[in-house]
Design a protein around this ligand. Structure first.
Ligand code: NI
Length: 167
């Protein structure tokens, strides 16, 4: 396993669109393991392959309190969205920034697991928010893009300044 480098907003590579995984092989399983290790080390509750500059449709999520319920989704698709919930979000690619985003409160998602087997999951609350947030990364969307242009510019300025002063 290996820790992967996480891209930071406004890195243009965060806006690349990921392509579907053709077959869930050992290289994808290694990617999932490395992404999980990177997510837990950060620490975070979700990570998309886009954030580690791998542009394949893979996300990992663990919203459990103990951090012992890893879920990996390969080629995830949302089949149903119900209700609305506003939740404060953060992102490992936008360190130190938190803001409210409104998303569906309940979703039904279909994906392949790390063995390539299809599964369907009904998710709600934090898990639903997290899956939607990570799936946005796969189409090149970062959560701050839901905020006002003014806020987005402030965040960009802040993170660029921080990048320049970090040795
Ligand atoms: Ni994120």
């Amino acid at each position: 396993m290996a820790l992967l480098n996480i891209l930071h907003y406004p890195d243009p590579r965060l806006h690349k669109v990921a392509t579907p995984v053709a077959s869930v092989d050992d290289s994808i399983r290694r990617l999932i393991s490395d992404m999980a290790e990177t997510m837990y080390a950060a620490p975070g509750i979700g990570l998309a392959a886009t954030q580690v500059d791998v542009h394949k449709r893979v996300i990992v999520v663990d919203v459990s309190e103990k951090g012992d319920e890893l879920q990996a989704f390969v080629n995830p698709v949302i089949l149903e969205r119900n209700g609305e919930a506003e939740r404060e979000e953060g992102c490992l690619s936008v360190p130190g920034i938190y803001d409210k985003v409104t998303r569906a409160d309940q979703i039904v998602v279909e994906a392949l697991d790390r063995h390539g087997n299809p599964f369907r999951l009904q998710a709600e609350g934090l898990l639903a928010t997290c899956i939607q947030h990570e799936m946005d990364h796969l189409v090149g969307k970062v959560f701050v893009e839901y905020l006002s242009p003014l806020k987005q510019n402030r965040i960009k300025t802040k993170l660029r300044k921080r990048a320049r002063t970090t040795l």
